[in-house]
Write a protein that binds this ligand. Structure first.
Ligand SMILES: NC(=O)N[C@@H](O)C(=O)O
Ligand code: NI
Length: 167
C-alpha cells in the first residue's frame, strides 16, 4: 500500500485541484477608508444550473483514527466546495485530479497550516474533511441545487493508500 507523502499546502502545488484561501502571499487592496485590507476573490464558487445557490455552512468534524487507510474519494460534479478552518488548526487534504474515476497513483495529500482554506473545483476527487484535532470547525461554501452532487468512488484493495501524519 502506497503511503502518501503529505505536502505543505501552497497555491502553486494545489492549483490542479482548486484554490488556497489565505492571506499569506495574497494580493489585497484597501477599503473602508483605509481601515481594512480586502483580499479579493481568493477563490471562485462554481455552480451549474440557474437554480443553483452558493450556500454557507459549518462542518463540525470529528477526527478519524490515524494512520488512515484511504479507501474512497468523492467528487461534486455540479459545484465547487470550499473549507476554511475556523479555529486556526492545521488539517489534511487528500485529492486526485478530475476524471471518470480517481487514479490511485495520482492521489496527493496536503497539510494546511491552519491559516489556509481550500476550494475544490467542480469534479475534483477528494476525501471527506480530515481534521487533525479531535474535533474541528470549518466554514464550508458549496453548491445547493437540483439533482445529485456527490459521486463516491471506492478503490480496489490493491489501490488503497495510507495517510500517516506525524503524531
Ligand atoms: N458530504 C459532505 O457534505 N461533505 C463532503 O462533501 C466533504 O468533502 O467533506
Ligand atoms: Ni466534498
Amino acid at each position: 500500500m502506497r503511503t502518501l507523502i503529505i505536502e505543505p499546502l501552497s497555491k502553486a502545488a494545489f492549483a490542479p485541484f482548486g484554490e488556497v484561501i489565505e492571506t499569506d502571499d495574497s494580493a489585497f487592496f484597501m477599503i473602508n477608508n483605509g481601515s481594512t485590507q480586502r483580499y479579493h476573490q481568493l477563490a471562485t464558487v462554481q455552480t451549474n444550473t440557474p437554480d443553483d445557490q452558493a450556500i454557507i455552512s459549518i462542518f463540525r468534524a470529528e477526527a478519524l483514527p490515524m494512520p488512515l487507510t484511504i479507501r474512497m474519494l468523492e467528487r461534486h460534479p455540479q459545484g465547487s466546495q470550499a473549507f476554511v478552518p475556523l479555529l486556526g488548526n492545521p488539517f489534511l487534504i487528500v485529492v486526485a485530479p478530475p476524471g471518470d474515476v480517481p487514479v490511485s497513483g495520482s492521489v496527493r495529500a496536503f497539510r494546511s497550516n491552519g491559516r489556509q482554506g481550500i476550494n475544490y473545483h467542480r469534479g475534483v476527487w477528494h476525501h471527506p474533511v480530515l481534521t487533525i484535532e479531535k474535533r474541528d470547525d470549518f466554514l464550508v461554501v458549496d453548491r445547493s441545487g437540483p439533482g445529485p452532487n456527490c459521486d463516491e468512488h471506492f478503490f480496489e484493495a490493491h489501490e488503497y493508500l495510507l495517510l500517516a501524519p506525524h503524531p
